[in-house]
Design a protein around this ligand. Structure first.
Ligand SMILES: *[C@@H]1O[C@H](CO)[C@@H](O)[C@H](O)[C@H]1NC(C)=O
Ligand SMILES: *[C@@H]1O[C@H](CO)[C@@H](O)[C@H](O)[C@H]1NC(C)=O
Ligand SMILES: *[C@@H]1O[C@H](CO)[C@@H](O)[C@H](O)[C@H]1NC(C)=O
Ligand SMILES: *[C@@H]1O[C@H](CO)[C@@H](O)[C@H](O)[C@H]1NC(C)=O
Ligand SMILES: *[C@@H]1O[C@H](CO)[C@@H](O)[C@H](O)[C@H]1NC(C)=O
Ligand SMILES: *[C@@H]1O[C@H](CO)[C@@H](O)[C@H](O)[C@H]1NC(C)=O
Length: 746
């Protein structure tokens, strides 16, 4: 029943006064019969009765019209046309989604059915608000028996330049939580606890209040409704900006959505619903065009498994002159000297070149790099080079690229004028135009020469974010938005080169390509962002995620990233620069970070635990390494299968774990806990991890999902579906719980 807007208070008072009047009248009737002069009282009574009848008739009329304006479509959808309020119900008639559509266009004009030439003839409902907006709603076909997911498609067409489709999904009076989309400095897990003003939905640097480095146009709520927004929509998003709601806006602008695909903005998205959140999520992710393992070669599988079971050694000094063959060689010697860590992948940053964009080894610094690589191989390491699509204006290649028109050019200009941008330490650089058919073989030749000469094993693509594109960019082929560049770049090379990772993405690369978390600085605050970011990217459909280095990543002088200005510097020990000139993180931060990283899909190191000259750190690192090898790696390798089959993440939020209450939408405090916890995660379905994320802290609150769990610290059995308060975790220990069969007893 739609009961908003009309206020019942009037009717209540009139009913009350009517009743008292009636009582009074009935008592006085004998008097009235006897006394004729009081006839006027009877008239007043009749008059009042008449008014009451008019009122009730009027009320019924209004009610009728409200009901008539709310129409039901496709069993699950109610749409109130004048108010543009849409409500979607599941099979049990529970409201699971409520949205105010066209919010910036409320109550401005009458709605009409579309003219025949504007109808789609595919079962769509078509409505038009004259000269402003056209609206299509249709139900998408589904496979009966395959699953219980039903989807609807909403398509808005603006009919003038000043109108922007703008829909808001409401959570004000429903206890619902939202996940997915992306992360930002103010937007975390779940999304509805954050705030962000309208922001273009393109990748960026969360330090600048932009969206993060990995995005998916996918949002899912805890009641079992999901929104999947079309690639082509020029999408802006806001959360809790004015009301408690998440809003989508379609708008062209001069950077993020500069390339108009339609005359006026359009917004298209699907709303999918199912019986509960988990089955909805699985059904959406298992319905991609092909499973992830499709086309996977044995060598790819081997790389995938090695990234899970061996560490990645990130050698990333801040200055070019700090990267030398001896530093690389010495680093790997130190790893071997440690004795307990496996060899793994040595990931060398862009300073293997003289200038970014040379795509050739700097022979003045590395006279015999082929021999260094050979030595690393003999020691059991694999070697990966970082490659970027940016060509420094200082690079010897710049002139050639300009002359051959391989670079992205200035918009609305001659194709010969390259558009310049800044990137990390680079003050000015061009960007290779990947949509130009001549560019791909050019890059390929350069990289093949490096592979042939130096026998390196793989590459890591550092593609920057959308904001690293030149502001007025123009490619040979029109891009929908700057993020499409990344997708094109990855798709071009993922099959021809061995790629172990990419720095950002808006669509899923083929395995074994891992997608990186954004760089996190060496602070406790940054460490607390790792888990929510990891969980969001997993829900977004990226199962293989590469977190940053244990203890935090390194800032780049000359870029805005992590300038050691305000917060960062306190945690960095500036005096210790014996180590490649890179400062060691605070020891307690490093220990806690290492504990958390032990359970993540990839372990990446910049600083070795031995650098602290602290027996405590070394012993803990040794014990955590053996825990990872015995317990975590086998689990990750096991869940690799469901990742490849169904796109489910290796590291999961508690609500995705079987037995977690709340995923079905049931009430209660425990139910909400699984939905809200953002400082714990689960490896597959079987291992809950609750790391300490605050300095000088040895206790924390731990929520255990339903089931029977074995405590990793003391080995005891613990019952789930409850909170454990003040759970003790000494500085060299980490809280984790392994699922045991429910029928297991002492
Ligand atoms: C669909 O829902 C019905 C009834 O709720 C249930 O019996 C059936 O198992 C569900 N099917 C799938 C594939 O989840
Ligand atoms: C992030 O949150 C802070 C404090 O809550 C607020 O001042 C700031 O404006 C927010 N930033 C954005 C981009 O919404
Ligand atoms: C490295 O390159 C040099 C010169 O190109 C060559 O003489 C030498 O044999 C190479 N070493 C290895 C280990 O391939
Ligand atoms: C930095 O490290 C040095 C030696 O490693 C130590 O003496 C000093 O106390 C540390 N400073 C801080 C602020 O932690
Ligand atoms: C490491 O493991 C050994 C043997 O299992 C144990 O005695 C020691 O207490 C552990 N140390 C830490 C810091 O966990
Ligand atoms: C750490 O905690 C102890 C005891 O709770 C306190 O005495 C000490 O000052 C704290 N240290 C810091 C750096 O906060």
């Amino acid at each position: 029943m739609d009961d908003d807007d009309y206020s019942p208070s009037n009717s209540v008072t009139s009913v009350n006064s009517l009743a008292s009047l009636l009582r009074e009248k009935l008592q006085s009737i004998p008097q009235k019969i006897r006394k004729k002069p009081t006839d006027y009282k009877l008239r007043a009574f009749v008059g009042l009765m008449f008014l009451a009848v008019v009122f009730f008739v009027g009320f019924a009329y209004v009610l009728y019209h409200q009901q008539a304006a709310t129409k039901a479509y496709f069993n699950n959808v109610q749409f109130n046309e004048p108010k543009k309020l849409i409500r979607i119900f599941n099979a049990d008639e529970v409201e699971i989604l409520r949205a105010r559509l066209a919010v910036s266009h409320q109550g401005k004009s009458e709605v009409y059915p579309c003219l025949p030439e504007h109808q789609h003839h595919d079962g769509s409902i078509c409505l038009e608000w004259l000269h402003s907006l056209r609206f299509y709603l249709k139900s998408l076909p589904r496979d009966p028996g395959v699953d219980n997911t039903t989807c609807f498609n909403i398509h808005w067409k603006a009919l003038s330049n000043s109108i922007f489709p703008n829909d808001c999904f409401d959570w004000s009076d429903t206890k619902v939580h939202w996940y997915g989309g992306g992360q930002s400095i103010n937007l975390t897990w779940p999304l509805d606890t954050g705030t962000i003003q309208y922001t273009p939905f393109i990748t960026g640097d969360i330090q600048n209040s932009q969206m993060g480095n990995v995005l998916t146009r996918y949002l899912i709520n805890s009641k079992g409704a999901a929104i999947i927004i079309d690639e082509e929509t020029p999408l802006y998003i806001s959360v809790n900006a004015r009301n408690k709601e998440i809003c989508l806006l379609a708008k062209y602008d001069d950077f993020a959505y500069a390339n108009r695909l339609t005359e006026y903005a359009e917004m298209k998205y699907n709303i999918c619903i199912s019986t509960d959140m988990k089955s909805l999520h699985s059904s959406i992710h298992s319905h991609r065009s092909a499973p992830l393992w499709d086309g996977l070669k044995p060598i790819d599988m081997h790389i995938l498994e090695s990234l899970i079971s061996e560490p990645v050694w990130q050698i990333a000094p801040r200055f070019k002159h700090e990267l030398k063959a001896e530093t690389i060689s010495k680093y790997t010697e130190d790893v071997i000297y440690l004795g307990f860590l496996k060899q793994g992948h040595v990931l060398i940053n862009e300073f293997w070149q003289n200038e970014i964009g040379d795509l050739a080894v700097d022979t003045s610094r590395f006279e015999t790099l082929n021999e260094t690589v050979d030595k690393l191989h003999r020691r059991g390491f694999k070697v990966a080079f970082t490659v970027q699509p940016f060509i420094s204006t200082e690079s010897a290649n710049f002139g050639e690229c300009v002359q051959k028109r391989l670079l992205i050019s200035e918009r609305n200009s001659d194709r010969r004028i390259p558009a310049l941008t800044r990137f990390k330490s680079l003050a000015s650089a061009g960007v290779l135009d990947i949509t130009n058919s001549k560019t791909v073989p050019w890059i390929m030749n350069k990289l093949q020469a490096v592979i042939d000469k130096y026998d390196i094993d793989s590459f890591y693509f550092d593609l920057g974010t959308a904001y690293d594109m030149p502001h007025y960019y123009q490619c040979e082929k029109k891009l929908i938005n700057p993020d499409q560049y990344k997708t094109a770049f990855i798709k071009t090379f993922e099959k021809t080169l061995k790629v172990i990772g990419v720095s950002s993405a808006v669509s899923l690369p083929s395995p074994p390509v891992f997608v990186s978390l954004p760089p996190f600085e060496s602070t406790w605050e940054a460490m607390r962002r790792v888990i929510p970011t990891m969980l969001t990217y997993g829900i977004n459909g990226y199962p293989f995620i590469m977190p940053g280095a244990v203890g935090g990543d390194i800032y780049w002088p000359g870029s805005e990233q992590f300038l050691p200005s305000s917060k960062g510097s306190a945690d960095i020990n500036i005096t210790d620069s014996a180590h490649n000139g890179i400062d060691l993180p605070e020891v307690e931060l490093y220990m806690r970070w290492l504990q958390m990283a032990t359970f993540l899909p990839v372990m990446k190191f910049t600083h070795l635990p031995s650098k602290y000259n602290d027996e405590r750190v070394l012993e803990m690192a040794k014990n955590l390494t053996s825990l990872r090898q015995k317990v975590v790696t086998p689990l990750l390798l096991k869940y690799k299968r469901s990742a490849l089959e169904e796109g489910l993440p290796l590291v999961r939020p508690l609500w995705l774990v079987p037995g977690a209450a709340g995923a079905g939408g049931a009430g209660g405090a425990g139910a909400d806990a699984a939905l809200l916890v953002r400082d714990e995660f689960c490896v597959g379905d079987e291992l809950v991890v609750a790391p300490i994320l605050y300095p000088n802290t040895t206790t924390r609150e731990v929520y255990l999902p339903a089931g029977l769990w074995q405590d990793g610290i003391d080995g005891s059995l613990r019952k789930g579906n409850r909170w454990m308060h003040e759970y003790r975790v000494p500085v060299d220990r980490v809280a984790y719980f392994i699922r045991k069969p429910d029928d297991m007893r002492f």
